[in-house]
Design a binder for this molecule. Structure first.
Ligand SMILES: Cc1cc2nc3c(=O)[nH]c(=O)nc-3n(C[C@H](O)[C@H](O)[C@H](O)COP(=O)(O)O)c2cc1C
Length: 208
C-alpha cells in the first residue's frame, strides 16, 4: 500500500536542509490537511501558527534546547490551544455549523448544551481535553507530510512559556502545545538510514 510505504519512509527528521523550501502548493495542501483534522465535537479550540521569520525562529531555537530543526526546516508549525475557550466559543461553532449546513441555530440547541456541559468541569480538565486535540492535528500533519514527500519532526522539546512570550500568544488567548517542523531532510542526517523501531504486532494489538 502506497500509504504504508510513505509512513515507513518518514522519520523524525533531526537535520533539515535549510536551503530547501516547500513549494507553496504543497504547503497549502499540508495546512489544509491539518485544518481538516478531526476534533472533539469539531470544536477546534486551537490555532496553528506558521512560522517562517528567521529572527523569531532563532529565538525559538534558543527556547528549544538549541534543536536545529527550528531554524533549518522550511516552516515551523506551532499548535497552540485556546486558553479562554468558553460558551461563546461553542456559540461561534454552532453558528458556523448552522451557516455551513444551512440550518437554524435553534435546531442545534441540544447539541450546543451538550458541548457547554463539557466545559462545566474543572478548568484544568477542560484545558487538558482541549490540548489533546492538538495531537490529532499533529497526526494529520505527520501523515499528510509523508504523503506529500515532505519531511517533518514532531516536537515537544521546547519551553512552552518562552514560546508564548516570543510569539505573543498570551495576548491572543493561546498557549503553545506541540510543534511540527516541516521541510526536507539533509543528506547528512544519519537518522534517515536507521531502521524503524516499533512494537511487534503481537505486542501491540489485542484481539478481543
Ligand atoms: C509528541 C512528540 C514529541 C516529540 N519531540 C521530539 C523532539 O523534541 N525532538 C526530536 O528530535 N524528536 C521528537 N519526537 C520524535 C520522536 O522521538 C520520534 O517520532 C520517535 O522516536 C519515533 O521515530 P520516527 O518518528 O522517526 O519513526 C517527538 C515525537 C512526538 C510524537
Amino acid at each position: 500500500m502506497a500509504l504504508l510505504e510513505q509512513l515507513n519512509k518518514r522519520y523524525a527528521t533531526k537535520k533539515f536542509d535549510a536551503s530547501k523550501k516547500i513549494a507553496s502548493a504543497d504547503l497549502t495542501t499540508l495546512l489544509e490537511a491539518i485544518r481538516l483534522s478531526a476534533s472533539s465535537y469539531g470544536l477546534q479550540a486551537y490555532k496553528v501558527l506558521v512560522v517562517e521569520n528567521e529572527a523569531i525562529r532563532k529565538q525559538l531555537r534558543a527556547a528549544s534546547w538549541d534543536q536545529s530543526q527550528i531554524t533549518d526546516a522550511s516552516q515551523l508549525l506551532v499548535f497552540a490551544v485556546e486558553t479562554n475557550f468558553d460558551e461563546k466559543g461553542v456559540d461561534k461553532f454552532v453558528e458556523n455549523t448552522a451557516n455551513t449546513r444551512n440550518i437554524e441555530v435553534s435546531a442545534l440547541s441540544g447539541y450546543a448544551d451538550m458541548m457547554k456541559g463539557s466545559l462545566k468541569r474543572p478548568a484544568e480538565e477542560v484545558q487538558a481535553w482541549l490540548t489533546k486535540q492538538l495531537y490529532i492535528a499533529l497526526g494529520f500533519g505527520l501523515v499528510a507530510a509523508a504523503e506529500l514527500n515532505i519531511d517533518s519532526c514532531p516536537m515537544e522539546g521546547f519551553d512552552a512559556n518562552q514560546y508564548d512570550e516570543i510569539l505573543g500568544l498570551k495576548e491572543k488567548g493561546l498557549h503553545a502545545g506541540v510543534i511540527l517542523a516541516v521541510g526536507y531532510r539533509s543528506s547528512e542526517d544519519g537518522y534517515q538510514h536507521l531502521s524503524k523501531v516499533r512494537r511487534g504486532h503481537e505486542d501491540f494489538f489485542i484481539a478481543v
